[in-house]
Design a protein. Structure first.
Length: 345
């Protein structure tokens, strides 16, 4: 190999990036000790952008296409270097390639429940997860604010930061939507739109564009879900308190059976029978109190016949216990209490 051939091989004739690895957002061309010669070709593929940086200063930026590097195509870099030979000599400059393709199926989710205000429950602790997609939109901002002089920067390097941004704005999205939790869980598309709207500016500050957000699941912690299930069961019963007491008694039957200990079949039957009898007595007592003490068969009760004071107190104690467990709200308890006390007058 002659000296001239050796010298020619120290110059870079073609600068390009084939993106052999998925998920890479930025890649610096490895010049090592080689130099770019006048007339070299820069190849920028679709969904790519190339950025020239000279001595720490951003110079020229190129979009898709094949670009011959001359003083005409590198005006800012030429001005920064103040060439007096019209770009006749080789030069060194950092060239960064950026991928602007969509980065798909990126995951986000809450590692711990997040406490949110809710118009129905006052406050709820919510878990949620889904995925999102984004792309690099502003190479200058990304280079300045995120990547700097690194050889490469990938989506994996940003994963924790981006998931944190989405979760941070989760409460803003819920508050901004004004939708109760129960409706929110049933309208996950609207929830996702609200989350994207609340988060998009934070992505722009990093030079990224948030293309889409999906919410795959919204749920409550197990202990709160049990309370919600009880309230749903009460809602299915409606205002018929007698039927609700029967419903609660039915729910308690497994516990009554278990508490019978070693009584065997007879003990289990006795416990179950006692539970059913208790439910029936309480249901009849409350039903008579709330419906004006109507006699069986539809005959109206005599005016002197009403619910007894001890029955009222027993019922109020049961209602107070339901309120303490969060099954009845303060307003529901007060309304039922007022109805029962009227029967004593």
């Amino acid at each position: 190999m002659g000296l001239l051939d050796f010298i020619k091989k120290q110059f870079v004739d073609v600068i390009e990036w084939t993106e052999s690895t998925d998920g890479v957002l930025m890649w610096r061309y490895p010049f090592e000790d080689r130099e770019i010669q006048n007339g070299a070709v820069l190849v920028v593929r679709e969904s790519q952008v190339a950025l020239f940086v000279n001595e720490g200063k951003i110079a020229d930026m190129f979009g898709p296409g094949s670009h011959k590097l001359t003083t005409q195509t590198l005006p800012l870099l030429t001005n920064l270097r103040n060439w007096d030979k019209l770009f006749a000599s080789p030069f060194k400059s950092d060239v960064y390639f950026f991928s602007t393709r969509q980065q798909l199926d990126l995951r986000w989710g809450t590692s711990q429940p997040i406490t949110l205000r809710d118009k129905d429950f006052g406050a709820v602790r919510v878990r949620a997860f889904g995925n999102y997609s984004c792309r690099l939109a502003d190479p200058r901002v990304f280079h300045t604010e995120v990547a700097g002089t690194r050889d490469s920067y990938s989506v994996e390097d940003l994963d924790g930061q981006l998931r944190g941004v989405l979760i941070q704005h989760l409460s803003d999205a819920v508050a901004g939507s004004g939708v109760p939790f129960l409706d929110l869980a049933a309208n996950q598309i609207e929830f996702a739109k609200a989350l994207q709207a609340a988060t998009v500016s934070a992505f722009e500050n990093l030079g990224l564009k948030l293309d889409s957000v999906t919410v795959q699941n919204v749920s409550l912690p197990e202990e709160l879900q049990k309370v919600l299930d009880q309230r749903i069961g009460m809602g299915m019963v409606g205002d018929n308190m007698g039927k609700f007491i029967q419903y609660q008694t039915g729910q308690a039957l497994p516990t009554l059976a278990a508490s019978s200990g070693g009584g065997g079949v007879a003990g289990d039957a006795a416990s179950l029978g006692a539970g059913l009898a208790l439910g029936q007595v309480m249901a009849q007592s409350i039903q008579q109190g709330l419906q004006g003490g109507a006699q069986p068969g539809g005959a109206p009760a005599q005016e002197s016949t009403g619910i007894r004071p001890d029955e009222v107190m027993a019922t109020l104690e049961k209602l107070a216990d339901l309120k303490a467990k969060g099954i009845l709200t303060d307003d529901e308890f007060s309304a039922k209490k007022a109805e029962l006390l009227k029967k004593l007058t």
